[in-house]
Structures are given as structure tokens and as C-alpha cells.
Design a protein around this ligand. Sequence first.
Ligand SMILES: Cc1ncc(COP(=O)(O)O)c(C=O)c1O
Length: 573
Amino acid sequence: MSSGCRFGSTLGTSPPRAGAAAAAAAQEGQSDAMEQLRQENEILQRELEKLRRFDNPKANVAWKGVYKSISDTLGAPGFPNVNARHAPDTHDDLDLEGIANIDSTAGTPGEHHWENGEWSQEKVKESTANHVMLSWGPSGPGKDFVQIDKSEGIYLIDRNGNKYLDYTSQAVCCNLGHTMPESVKAAINKQMDSVAFAYSGMAIVECRARLAQLLGEICPGDINGFLFPSGGGEANEAAIRIARRYTGRQKILTQYRSYHGGSSSTLTATGDSRRWFAEQGQAGFVKIFNPQPFGFSWGVSDMGASRRCLQALEEQVMMEGPQTIAAIMLESFVGANGVLIPPVGYIEGVRAICDKYKIVLILDEVMVGFGRTGQLFGFQHFDGVIPDIITSAKGLSGAYLPLSMVGVRQYLKDFFHSQPVGWGATYHAHPVAMACGYEVLKYTLEHDLPGKARDLQPVMMEEIENLVNKHPTVSAGRAVGLFGCMDLVGSDGKPLAPMSPNVVHNNPNMVRNDVRLNRFRKALRKNGLIGLFRPPLLHVCPPLIITETELRDLFRRLSLSLDVLDEEVIDDE
Ligand SMILES: Cc1ncc(COP(=O)(O)O)c(C=O)c1O
């Protein structure tokens, strides 16, 4: 490299010249060199002229020689600033000394990790405040979370021995409740003793074959191929990849009132306001309206609403271009966004649209799969509907261990026989999680948990109806099986909290500052309830092992808590 005189050059611009002294010296040398080059050029031109006269192809070869002589990393001979290669900008030296003083040795773990005995509640609180982060909400409130020490049946028990009835199966996932069946415990332990882990891309463990076989046997239609990711979002991520890979198309259509997971793709596929955390820069997701929008109706009758909503969807498919749409992805019953019961004919119509335009239908059964709605799978409520891809999670392992599934129909299974799916994860098909899922699934079938949800549906209906009639803050409710939700409203009849809250950066309302709702939260706790509360929605989705007596007790506690909310709202007028 020459003496650094070509600083600042960028491609396509001439490098600046060297300093004055160097320039003068260079100039002198240059004129000699120029004269020499000029003479050589004259000789060359004469030679070339001779060659050309006879139309001699060697003329070109001779020119190549010239090119080689003037093309040089350091510039043409005698012309350091001509034809020189690009020299990058120089940067200021990095402050390596500054970081050299930072201590990066591992810290010393405290003795308290090796001491026997439990930590005091204060210590747990302090460590939580200092080190624990929450995910969807700000982390501040974490330190005040109830400290759970034990769990059994449908209850979680705190460190003071207070029992809380889990009215939403945590995140609608603890289908078997909080006492792990002995068969599940034994299977987990057996798997840990035999093969705790084998990577899914290079080995098969028996429980993987067994779980896939059992799912193949119980899944309706020809859903025959299975992946086993670790969570619902991951399953949807894989399902989207499968649909795109199979069709060669990009767009995924999903509903506004939906939740599909926390990864960038699945959160962009999500319709609720959590989508805003992720959607920047994500392409290929198009939103469609649910048959149950917030502020308008597609029609009074189910059939009318379905027909109009489907007409709008088909028009949207045509305008988007069917040849660009890989999949329509729906929750069979929308869960986190309100337990929405699709009008009769809607899901059936979506299936028909997918068939007509050769679009893959993905049904997200992460929340409702494995019995929640009174059927093993939610889509079994809809006549003749079989998805091309089904995803599920939560109930598959009863949330005892992280496990989800993607089930595909035979034609997709066949397609990927000789093609990579193009999705993977280290913990895909984790042996211990699958051993757990296999036993949970057998328990679900043996104890007919879908049937239990079906049997208790009338109690859900009756009790929700009672709450709507009794409490002015409850405007309406919905239920299918043990999957229920009510809408909370203020005295003006409007939702008690925005349905689409601004959750993005720096929104001060993200801090739970609604006094009325905070008092309601406290009332829930005081009445011995624990559950997922997403105002203005009040879900009721207890473990599927709940008895009728326990379910009625749940609603009694809920009603006592709603008394407090009623008062708060009336006081607020
Ligand atoms: C319908 C639906 N899909 C996907 C997910 C995401 O599942 P996970 O939290 O296991 O990633 C959820 C979670 O609640 C869900 O309800």
C-alpha cells in the first residue's frame, strides 16, 4: 500500500492527493515518467498501426499488454493517483484501553445458594426486584406477585398457606390441574433415567414414535405428520414456514382479534395490540376481520353474518391475489381475545375458500386443543372441516413441561419426505417433554377430559348468565365447554379498558394505573382466585379436572369480586 495518500476515497470518486511536499516530489517524478510513457506509447502506436494495416488480430493482444501495464494496486506507473485501488477510510483508534479496565471475570456466587432451607419472602421479593424481568408487562410489578409455594388440584398455594383457585388454568394450559398424575411423573422420571436428551435431527427415541403414532391415530382426517416444538408460538412459526415452503407463496392472512405467539413472525401474525411490539420490518402478513368485530355486526343471524364476512374475505383474497397467499391462519375459537364463538358456517366457509384458491388452512389450536371446548380439537365443532395444518401446545403436556405440536395432512407429509421443512430448534422433540406429553395425552383420553368439559358446559352457561344478570359491570359472556369469557363495562356500557390498548414504547398507561381495576384485582385475590386477567375481558377457563361443586365455587368467588368492581364503577359516576 502507498503512503496512505489515498484516504477518503469511496468507490467512484478520485482519491485526494498527498501533502504539498510529497506532491511536488511526485510531480517531478511524474513528468519524467510521463515523458517515458509518452515515448513508449508512440512506439506502441506505430507498432499497432503496422499490425492494423494487415487487419492483424494480434493488435488486440498488444492492447491487453498496455492495460496490464497501467493497472496496478499502487496506481499506474508514475501516476500514483490514477488507477489506484480503493483505499478504505481510516477510523479513529478504538478505545480499547477503556474497556480493558472493565472486569469481566465471573462473579462469586453467594453462600445462600448452598444453604439448606427456604429463602424468606423478603429475600425472594428483593431478588425478584433486582434481577427478574417480566415479559408482556413492565417488570416493576413482579416483586409484588404472589409467591407460590405449592400447588394441588385446581389450587395454587402461597407461602402463607393461602389457597387460590386457578380460574384460568394459568395461561389456559394446566388442563390436568396442579397435581401431576403419577403416570406422568413416572414417565418423566423414566425418560430422564434412560435418555434425558437426544437431538431430534440425528436420533429417534421411542417416545417420539409413540407420541406421533398416537396423534396420527386420534387426529381427524389424514393429519399424519408431526413436529414437536417447545411452545405454541414456535409451532405456529413452523406452520407458517411449512405453508410458505409448500406453496412458494408469501402472504399469511390472520384475524385482527387473534394471538399466535411471541416470536417476530407469530406476533406479526397476531392481530391484538401486542403485534405492535414486533411488526416493524416484517413482511407478508395481511389482516382480515373476524366474524365478531368489536364495533359493528356482519348481520343479525349467524348465517347472514357468516355469508357477508366470507364474501368480504373472498374479495380480499381476490384483491390480494390468491397466487400470493400461502395460508389463512385462524384460531378455531379465538382465545386470549375473548373466547369468540364463530357464527355457524364461518370456519366451514374459510375451508371452502382455501380449497377454491389452493390456500393452506392453518388452525391454531394452541389454547383449545386437547379438550378445552368439549371436543378433543376445537375444529371438530365445525362440520367437515379438517385443517391442512393444526398447531397445538398447552393441553398437550398440561403445561407440566414445554411441548407443542404441528400436525400436517398426508400431502404435506409426503411433500416434505424429500424436502427439508426448513425449521428447527435444539429442543425440538425433547425426549423428556415428549414422554410427558405422551402420558398426559393418554390421561386426557382415559379420563375423557373433553367429555368433562362438555358435561360442565351447561354450568358455565348458567353461571355466566347469572353474572351478566347480576352485575352491571358484566355486559355479556360466551362459553363453549370449559372455555368462557365475559366483557367488563363501565356505567356507560363501554369496555372498562381499551380493546386495543397502546402497548408500545413509553406509553405511561402501560403501568396498571386504573384504580378500579386494581381494586378488582385485589378483590379477586382476597376471594381466593388467581388467573389471567386481560381487561376488559374476564376469562373463566379452569383446569378440565374441575368438579361441578368447584366450578360453582369459582363463580361464587368471582361474583363476590365483581361486587367490588360494581361499587367502584358506580362510585366513579
Ligand atoms: C391461540 C394461541 N396461539 C399461540 C399461542 C402462543 O403459545 P406459546 O405462549 O406457548 O408460545 C397462544 C398462547 O397463549 C395462543 O393462545
